[in-house]
Design a protein around this ligand. Structure first.
Ligand SMILES: [Zn+2]
Length: 123
């Protein structure tokens, strides 16, 4: 996760909120063809549930880039960058949060939404 910069950490009684962003000078691999790109299109914030810190759930608000694929033959025009070990496409939990959630809640019914994740308070 060398391409992630932590901007701030806010600790309350209810949650540990980490604000972070990816670096703009690190190329990302297109999720369609694997071509590296630094051609940034826009940014958006992903809200990820991570494993707990003590008894407090951890939420990571991660600003990621949407980039343009520089391979003219690729069917993807833009793609969202992924951070190894932190993001998974279409997931709202980090891989560590996902593994913990499956263990804590129910192995047959993993938590499927961030809202449910926090409502259960099981992190
Ligand atoms: Zn591509």
């Amino acid at each position: 996760m060398a391409n992630v910069l932590v901007v701030a950490v806010d600790v309350s009684d209810a949650v540990v909120a980490v604000r972070a962003r990816t670096r703009r000078d690190v190329p990302a691999a297109c999720t369609g063809c694997g071509t590296l790109s630094e051609w940034s299109h826009s940014r958006y914030v992903r809200h990820l549930a991570d494993a707990a810190l003590g008894d407090r759930p951890v939420r990571i608000d991660l600003s990621v880039r949407r980039l343009c694929c520089e391979n003219a033959a690729c069917p993807k025009i833009t793609f969202a960058e992924q951070v190894s070990g932190l993001t998974v496409r279409y997931q709202r939990r980090t891989p560590r949060g996902e593994a913990l959630g499956r263990r804590v809640v129910n192995q047959d019914q993993p938590v499927r939404s961030l809202e449910l994740w926090f409502r259960l308070g099981k992190l």
